[in-house]
Design a protein around this ligand. Structure first.
Ligand code: SF4
Length: 346
């Protein structure tokens, strides 16, 4: 990141402030841990239940966090207000949370989240977007900040992206990403890795292209279904989930990229190998749904506290006494690297 920061001077002052804030957060978390409250360094805020796209296999839909006509869960609770999100971030800051990942739904359909990035300029905000609803004013405001990374969700090539997300989604997302890169806004890409696009990511041309465009952060998230396939779905899932051989080959390729490419690369679940398993449920991060439920991760719908009537400290003190086995909503593909979490409950 150092060469990138030097090329974008507005980040230089912020960098020092961020390092100081990061250390203060570490100290705060240590103090709370001493009192039995495990505070994660990262919180994922699913800030809105609205989204303009209808991507098959959307995990936010599967977890019941999104308002869509095809969603299987009816959402009755309203989204939290701006003031409620603000209060959650204030509480998180006091407890030692350093990074807020803003997800959804589609965050840019809840434009006031940018106020939060502006206000809390000593915290890092990583915003996941499909890139198709960003308004003119958002570019202008983000251009003035140095504490946000905007991460665009694509599948890889134009064809792979549009096949899943809809016509011209790739073109619109790339246009938005290029514009942000031109304005010196830090950008990233998030990809759902499956059998349809893994070959594009095994070959490095698309990765090289986006690095050349200015991207400095890449999330490679392997498709993990949330339930054992029913007989009718078996073919779809078998065709979509990486085989053990593909998973091993892809992991080896990711480790090679990590050594050779000038980009910060996160691979899930592969990176969990060195972290001793899943880092959700407060170990590394926790999640808040659009209506304020605190859950272990964005694809889990197990919650013990809702932040409209409980504090974040209360939630961190006891929410994660929910045992991992209650979260085992995933079907475990063979050779999956996080067996402790991904074993399906019998
Ligand atoms: S853009 Fe994201 S949140 Fe919206 S439907 Fe697609 S995967 Fe789900």
């Amino acid at each position: 990141m150092i060469p990138w920061i030097i090329r974008h001077p507005r980040y230089i002052g912020t960098f020092g402030k961020m390092v100081r804030s990061f250390r203060e957060c570490e100290t705060a978390r240590r103090v709370f841990a001493g009192n039995g409250t495990v505070v994660p360094p990262v919180m994922i805020l699913s800030i809105t239940s609205s989204c303009n796209l209808r991507c098959p296999g959307c995990l936010a839909v599967a977890a019941g966090n999104i308002r869509q006509s095809h969603a299987t869960h009816a959402i009755r609770e309203p989204d939290l207000t701006h003031d409620q999100w603000r209060s959650i971030i204030l509480q998180g800051n006091r407890l030692g949370v350093f990074c807020y990942t803003v997800a959804g739904g589609e965050p840019f359909m809840y434009p006031r989240f940018i106020n939060l990035i502006e206000e809390f300029d000593n915290r890092l905000f990583v915003v996941f977007t499909n890139g198709t609803t960003i308004k003119e004013t958002a570019y202008t405001r983000l251009k003035r900040m140095a504490n946000a990374v905007i991460v665009f969700s694509v599948e890889g090539s134009e064809r792979a992206t549009d096949d899943r997300r809809g016509r011209q989604v790739f073109e619109r997302a790339m246009k938005a990403m290029n514009r942000m890169n031109d304005q010196g806004i830090l950008t990233g890409v998030s990809v759902n890795i499956n059998r349809a696009n893994v070959h594009e990511w095994m070959a490095s041309y698309f990765l090289n292209d986006i690095i050349h465009m200015g991207v400095r952060l890449v999330f490679l998230i392997e498709l993990i279904p949330t339930q054992q396939p029913l007989s009718g779905e078996e073919i779809f899932l078998n065709e979509s989930i990486l085989t053990p051989e593909e998973r091993a080959a892809f992991r080896a390729k990711v480790l090679e990229y990590k050594k050779t490419k000038p980009v910060f690369l996160l691979h899930s679940p592969g990176d969990e190998e060195r972290l001793g398993g899943c880092v959700s449920a407060g170990r590394g991060f926790a999640h808040v749904t659009p209506s304020g439920d605190v859950t272990p991760c964005p694809v889990s719908n197990v919650a013990t506290h809702n932040l409209t009537n409980a504090t974040l400290e209360d939630a961190f003190k006891s929410a994660f006494s929910v045992k991992y086995e209650r979260m085992n909503i995933f079907w475990k593909p063979r050779e999956c690297p996080v067996p402790s979490l991904l074993t399906r409950k019998k």
